[in-house]
Design a protein around this ligand. Structure first.
Ligand code: HEC
Ligand code: HEC
Length: 489
């Protein structure tokens, strides 16, 4: 931490001659051997033979499709009635990122549209409690996430659009979501051009009435899920030490900790997971995903994903087990442990030596002011393998104002409509190759608009504007070197 503190107070160049930020084992001792296209769903290489069956049991619950209740096998039913996808890995494909369709006529099934309504009515005590526990005021008809699928037969057969379904007979999906891409051209001072594109969500066939003008929407694609246990194990003090909410060091970069609801401890805690750091723990992240993305109730999120306006949804049979949940604590913790044990791929000595120049340019350009290279994980925790590891996530896990172009104008707990959590960059080589394999192209940033690392950087603004300008001002050769470094992580 001392090195970092020095870098933040001295001019950037003082850190660069020996930047030392080009690791071979980004995920510490448990970094995984690379298996092409599957390397983001591999267990820590240090997991023991005794731990592996648990890992695979958790993976099965995250990978095999959930089905509509009731079924004979109680353990795997309860899908929906409203949902976005029937397994975790349908969105986090191969442990990697989701994608948005390139064509405006193809409906989106693996990204999310978050919804909320604005209110200044925080003096009303019900609203204040909802804001404290949910971070937003959910839309009265549609809740806080648009569910584009339901267990209704006429949707499964794609016989009828949601708005044409008979709401008394069947639970209609809330709507279908499409993307209109808005092209935008960027030109470097040397004349090189880059085609950028911005996604505009289009909601069609609404089944439960109009969204209304005051609705805030935020489009998000699934991020990759490797290294989650290591991230969980970073001491909170190490993250707090990087925060500079009032920019007291005057470097133009603030960085704030989100404070969010933890249903397990029934208290407000620092946030670390999610694109706006709106979840405090991995358990809350996974439990929330089960409830909202797949429609699987659990002890932390006990309700079905139906609003009071969705009566048929509320009346439908649940897949509850004897204890009153579709996913009891014991199965939830299997999936949490599966996420926890996902390792981060090793980098070859060749990758490291070929990208040293780019690593230096990365810190010289101010990227590492937010993409904090390394941390040491805490000495205690759920798995001994995660403890005391030097790890290289390249994120400070803080919120930053990223400017108007990336803004979703939807706040989430303390995160404003312009703030996002610094995206971790570790595993980028695998993230890119898995996206190529499954989707034929990459989709970086919160809404997947960037098809390359270069495009992602060009969209940076706000607190990152200075850094973006430094990147733009590099020569073509230097830009290439910096990009190769990030692409090889
Ligand atoms: C419909 C697609 C979809 C499904 C299904 C889905 N996720 Fe996600 N996942 C997302 C999106 C989008 C985010 C980012 C959410 C946000 O920040 O608002 C996310 C975030 C996460 C994160 C946090 C990653 C980080 O960097 O902090 C984890 C972990 C995760 N999901 C695990 C799961 C698990 C486990 C399941 C199954 C129970 C699941 N997801 C199901 C789309 C999905
Ligand atoms: C002020 C903080 C800040 C600085 C400085 C910064 N970034 Fe970022 N970076 C972010 C945030 C926040 C995101 C997530 C934005 C989003 O999803 O919309 C991000 C996202 C990215 C992504 C996309 C990753 C993904 O998985 O989607 C890449 C690549 C990236 N940054 C590279 C860089 C590089 C290279 C530099 C230096 C030229 C840099 N960043 C400087 C904060 C910063």
């Amino acid at each position: 931490m001392l090195f970092t503190a020095l870098c933040l107070t001295l001019p950037l160049t003082a850190c660069s001659p020996d930047s030392g930020i080009n690791p071979q084992l980004p995920g510490g001792n448990g970094s995984t051997r690379s298996i092409r296209f599957a390397d983001l769903e591999l267990p820590l290489s240090t997991l023991t033979q005794e731990q592996l069956p648990q890992f695979h049991a958790g993976k099965a619950l995250a990978h095999q499709p959930w089905v509509k209740a009731p079924t004979i096998t109680d353990a795997r039913d309860g899908l929906g009635p409203l949902y976005n996808a029937n397994t975790c890995l349908a969105c986090h494909m191969g442990g990697g990122r989701g994608i948005l369709p390139a064509s405006s006529s193809v409906p989106v099934f693996s990204a999310l549209l978050r919804l909320s309504v604005a209110t200044d009515n925080t003096r009303n005590s019900t609203m204040a409690t909802v804001l404290q526990q949910e971070g937003v005021i959910p839309h009265p008809l549609y809740g806080d996430q648009l569910q584009v699928q339901s267990t209704a037969l006429s949707h499964e057969l794609r016989h009828k659009k949601p708005d044409a379904m008979n709401a008394a007979d069947e639970t209609a999906p809330e709507a279908y979501l499409y993307i209109n891409w808005q092209p935008q051209l960027f030109r470097y001072p040397d004349g090189t051009q880059v085609n950028l594109r911005r996604p505009e969500p289009v909601v069609k066939y609404l089944a439960y009435g109009p969204l209304g003008e005051a609705t805030h929407v935020s489009l998000r694609i699934a991020p990759a899920i490797h290294g989650m246990g290591l991230i969980e194990q970073i001491p909170q003090q190490a993250i707090d030490a990087l925060a500079d909410p009032d920019d007291q060091n005057g470097d133009g970069i603030s960085g704030r900790v989100n404070r969010v609801w933890d249903a397990r401890s029934q208290s407000t805690q620092p946030g670390r997971f999610g694109l706006k750091a709106n979840k405090p723990t991995l358990e809350m992240t996974v439990a929330g995903a089960f409830a909202n993305d797949i429609g699987i109730s659990n002890p932390l999120f006990p309700s079905q994903p139906c609003t009071t306006a969705q009566q048929r949804c509320q009346q439908q049979l649940s897949g509850n087990n004897a204890d009153g949940f579709e996913l009891p604590d014991a199965l939830l913790s299997l999936v949490v442990d599966f996420n926890r044990a996902l390792g981060v791929p090793v980098r070859s000595a060749q990758q490291v030596s070929a990208t040293d120049a780019g690593a230096i340019l990365f810190s010289d350009s101010g990227c590492s002011l937010c993409h904090q290279p390394s941390f040491t994980t805490a000495g205690d925790g759920p798995f001994p393998q995660l403890a005391g590891q030097k790890i290289w996530p390249f994120s400070d896990f803080l919120l930053h104002d990223m400017g108007p172009d990336l803004a979703d104008n939807r706040s989430d707990f303390l995160a404003s409509g312009r703030e996002w959590r610094t995206a971790p960059l570790w595993g980028m080589a695998s993230v890119l190759s898995i996206s190529q394999r499954f989707h034929k192209q990459a989709g970086l940033l919160h809404d997947g608009r960037a098809t390359s690392v270069e495009e992602a950087i060009l969209w940076h603004g706000g607190e990152a504007e200075g850094s973006r300008q430094k990147f733009i001002g590099l020569s073509q050769t230097e830009r290439k070197a910096l990009l190769s470094f990030v692409e090889s992580l």
